[in-house]
Design a protein around this ligand. Structure first.
Ligand SMILES: Nc1ncnc2c1ncn2[C@@H]1O[C@H](COP(=O)(O)OP(=O)(O)OP(=O)(O)O)[C@@H](O)[C@H]1O
Length: 360
């Protein structure tokens, strides 16, 4: 994805005749490459654009700006019939598992019928027996035994975890290159979440599939990306503000928002009793009218004058490790360091905030 933007126009309706239509800037200027078999977790608070970005990556949501490519082919050109790669191939390669699998399974179809239909469309050369054998094998593979019994059940005869497994099978039967797991474990009991993440990771390896795992929970994001050797992307108000390995994000976060997110995740940050929450105002700005300059400046404890005017690009943190953050503070020579602070409550500013040039 390159410089991807998704803006939603919302009509204020007839009653609101005199007010202007509003544009929600759900995703703005996000560039992200998802590599073969890679696991990326997207984190950030509710409404920051994780789902919209995920759906854009799998060509379910059309971007209003920038481009989305699959193996170098523009997916929306392909959909319009203008590309070299058939749209059907792209559609099959990019799959989704929803937060609520119940809503994506037809209540009037048995498990086997729900799974047979897409498989038949995908590969018409497979006989009924072949398809049935493949589906039963997958049902067993995800731990639902005896598979013949589960195959004949209707969705209401399955637990939440079992429905989620059926949704996972449905995605995997397409032999996809990328699966968007959109808060796919959030609705499950806490005790089942780790089990489901482990299952996803096992199947991800076995089927050579990349995963884009959307979660509001940084500790789940850490678990899944650590095990898979993947990356965590942190979103704030439509922007990808930081991306790096789980180690970089958890132990050496560079963006002040990533630091606040880590602070707010108790399992990840045990020292927090001794520190103030590293965030200023708790009011979340409106994505219809995001703050000027850096979108985080209204909440950032390190904000300076320049942050209110200039929007930082995503910069490489040290040039080689792959960690990137959209904050002037990663550049030791940036004019930021000479810009006056706009933070009144300087108790939130710690020693490390001193100008790095002055420290040498
Ligand atoms: N179809 C739509 N029309 C208008 N606005 C939308 C639409 N879809 C999403 N939005 C808005 O875009 C912004 C981003 O939404 P999105 O669902 O991507 O965020 P999210 O980070 O996934 O949130 P959550 O964790 O609550 O699902 C929100 O302000 C949301 O209200």
């Amino acid at each position: 994805m390159e410089d991807t933007e998704v803006h939603f126009e919302s009509d204020s309706g007839i009653l609101d005749f005199f007010s202007e239509d509003e544009t929600v800037q759900a995703v703005d200027g996000v560039s992200l490459d998802i590599h073969e078999n890679e696991v990326i977790a997207l984190v950030g608070e509710s409404g920051c654009g994780k789902t919209t970005l995920g759906k854009t990556a799998i060509a379910v949501q059309e971007p209003t700006g920038g481009s989305v490519r699959y193996r170098g082919h523009d997916v929306w050109e392909a959909k319009a019939g203008n590309g070299e790669m058939p749209w059907k191939r792209i559609r099959r390669a990019l799959q989704i598992i929803h937060q609520d699998p119940g809503s994506s399974l037809n209540p009037n179809r048995t498990v086997i019928n729900s799974l047979d239909l897409p498989l038949r469309n995908y590969d018409s050369s497979l006989s009924y027996e072949d398809r049935r054998a493949r589906i039963l094998g997958m049902i067993e593979r995800v731990g639902m035994t005896p598979p013949q019994d589960y195959a004949e059940r209707y969705p209401h005869q399955l637990s939440g975890g079992e429905k989620q497994r059926v949704a996972l099978i449905r995605a995997l039967l397409m032999e996809p290159d990328l699966i968007l797991a959109d808060e796919a474990i959030s609705a499950l009991d806490v005790s089942l979440r780790v089990e489901m993440m482990d299952l996803m990771l096992e199947l991800q390896k076995q089927f050579n599939t990349a995963f884009l795992f959307v979660s509001h929970d940084l500790s789940n994001a850490r678990y899944i990306t650590e095990k898979a050797g993947g990356r965590i992307g942190v979103m704030y108000l439509g922007r990808l503000v930081e991306i790096g390995t789980p180690e970089q994000i958890i132990t050496d976060p560079q963006h002040p928002y990533t630091k606040a997110l880590r602070w707010a995740t108790p399992k990840l940050y045990e020292d927090k009793d001794s520190e103030e929450m590293p965030i200023r105002s708790i009011d979340i700005p409106d994505p219809v009218n995001p703050p000027s300059g850096c979108r985080y400046h209204t909440r950032c404890p390190n904000a300076r004058e320049v942050c209110t005017q200039v929007d930082p690009d995503t910069m490489s943190v040290d040039g080689y490790s792959g960690q990137r953050a959209a904050c002037f503070r990663v550049d030791d020579h940036h004019e930021y360091w000479d810009s006056p602070s706009i933070v009144e409550d300087d108790s939130l500013i710690s020693d490390e905030d001193d100008n790095p040039e002055l420290q040498n």
